[in-house]
Design a binder for this molecule. Sequence first.
Ligand code: ADP
Ligand code: ASP
Ligand code: MG
Length: 423
Amino acid sequence: MARIVMKFGGTSMAGTERIRRVANIVRAQAARGDQVAVVVSAMAGETDRLVNFCREANPLYDPAEYDVVVASGEQVTSGLLALTLQALGCKARSWLGWQLPIKTIEAHAKARIDEIDAPALIAAMEAGEIAVIPGFQGVSEDGRITTLGRGGSDTSAVAVAAAIKADRCDIYTDVDGVYTTDPRIVAKAKKQKAVTYEEMLELASVGAKVLQTRSVGLAMKEKVRVQVLSSFIGDGAPPADDLPGTMIVSDEEMDELVEKGLMERQLVTGIAHDKNEAKVILTRVPDRPGAVANIFEPLAAASINVDMIIQNVGRDKGETDVTFTVPQSDLARAQALLEDRRDSIGFNRIITDSKIAKISVVGVGMKSHAGVASSMFRALSDRGINIQAISTSEIKISVMIDEDETELAVRVLHTAYGLDAVS
Ligand code: ADP
Ligand code: ASP
Ligand code: MG
């Protein structure tokens, strides 16, 4: 007997027919004698639709009321899955975020899970009931509904798995694992048998949306065993217990897989892209101590995350240009904040561009190998792709390019690092 958390994403839950397929997968897992908790997303497209309603109702919406609206998509699918499981003869009930409860802290629309009260859930599971939990939602200290940020059901699933000490957290989605890059962009992308927590964290944070970044950080911290696998499977498909998907593993487990010849040690594990950032250039900023602090302090105070930053070589007359990126959704706010401080910061012009993309290559092999960055720059330049900014970490190199060149750049780099699957 094992204790398993199964999470199903929006495409898997899109409509009663698909929910029936999900219910069959859940029933099969429970039929193996396992205790099962299921975490579900809203139907694909539903959360976007609800977000749009909020924007239409009030462009400057109150995040607390936004949470009331957008959390409803998961309430519908959790109830529907419980009903469908009951129709298949299973004992099942839904547990909404405030009922468990899943207590969260921090801001509405991007809340963090603080604590999950697990005893009642565990007791129900031990009594043979399948628990169905809406992902994405929780409850604040003052009893109001909260949501965890887009893609947050992955984090709900990992947090539930940690709280009930599950043996595994299976994240069912519309692809059968984590690939070397988004398989919808590169047909030759290869499925990985395993990826380390550290690499997955970095890949998720630079745009590989297959797992929400926070879910990976939490899994790493709480040592939750996570598998990414497909819910679009036929009757003869191997069970999840055979690990048909991609396992997220520790460095030590990866070493063992390599020793056993089950994984190859790779320089680059994956390539990700992100089209959701925008570039801001401030021209003729005074080249003196405190100038950049004056730019970034108001942005930080407004919770605007700045990603890539370049301070160009100083011009004559003690001036310089400063370029950086912010999420596209925060661009208007960032621009307004900076315009308000034009005199105190002392810049000349503010130039913005939303048509940019960030392409990142990730791999732990970079820690010990030189030349990964230079081959990236050469491969892009050979195809005439201009690099507008660069940023690096120990296991990642990111470049900013024109958005129109995103797909080309991802494909070119995938080939350049020898990641293409042999057909
Ligand atoms: P869900 O609704 O199940 O949460 P998401 O749409 O959030 O699913 O995530 C799955 C999608 O992630 C896939 O359809 C795929 O296009 C995308 N994706 C991006 N990068 C990768 C990658 N490296 N491996 C697998 N899928 C990826
Ligand atoms: N339904 C939410 C979203 O679309 C949460 C999730 O699916 O993970 O962002
Ligand atoms: Mg998702």
